[in-house]
Design a binder for this molecule. Sequence first.
Ligand code: ZN
Length: 292
Amino acid sequence: MQSALIVHSKHTKNYAKKIAKKYKNVIFLEVTKPPTEEILKIRNDRDIVIGIGGGSVIDTAKIISKDKRCIAIPTTAAGAAMTPYATIWGKEKKSVTTKKPILKMDYELLKNLPLNVMQSTVFDALSHAIESFWSKNATLQSRKYSRKAIKLINRYLSKINEHLTKNDINELITAGNLAGHSIAITKTNVIHAVSYPITIKYGVDHGTACGIVLPYFVKYIDDKELPKLFRLNSTEELVALLKKSFIPLPEIENFNVKLIARMAIKYDKINQGPKRINKKNLEEILKNIRKN
Ligand SMILES: [Zn+2]
């Protein structure tokens, strides 16, 4: 029997206890926020690190495990469990390289996801796919992945809050993986660059922050090919669909346009999209978010 450190969230605590029976000398670590610099100081002496939860939990497990085995049992489809990278959130956002975890899927765990978690996951994956699709770095291969991901996710946009079958969830996981493959080639750009300061300053979780800004940048970029992937005729129709699908659209109190623009513009990737972004036009776009 191997010893284990199990990283979990409040939501996956009971599941973690169940898993613990297969290991000896188990230590539990409950994660309530995205990983910060402090996580780097944690020394792990267990044989295996197991992460059960969303992006923050899986990223924490990946960072702590270092050279030891890491198993990821994800409760979201955003892709943290599939990549050898983790994000550390401090005053700024930093990406660290980790080992790629061993992926274990448990449908029972995914079936019981609360709506806001499901929605956050879907909008993160959709942002990955859209940013990759219009990226300056897009290749034939990356576009093949991003197109497929968008078409798959589109089928679920109008029914995220309905009961999802095992097949639905598997398709969403596939879409999340395809979107993950596409950004592995292109990296993300404007939506992610703007979402980071919103997460850092207002504590809005990553996928939700992406979902909030997504329609406004889809409108600004106005990519003529994009609406077709959603079987729509115009950017206006697509913007309306994106806004309607995110229920309820969370409000950020005292949204500071100048501050968010100043922070977002520091990420070089903000200009890896198809249209030039400067501080001035960024502020103009962000003002609309505050109004609505
Ligand atoms: Zn993301």
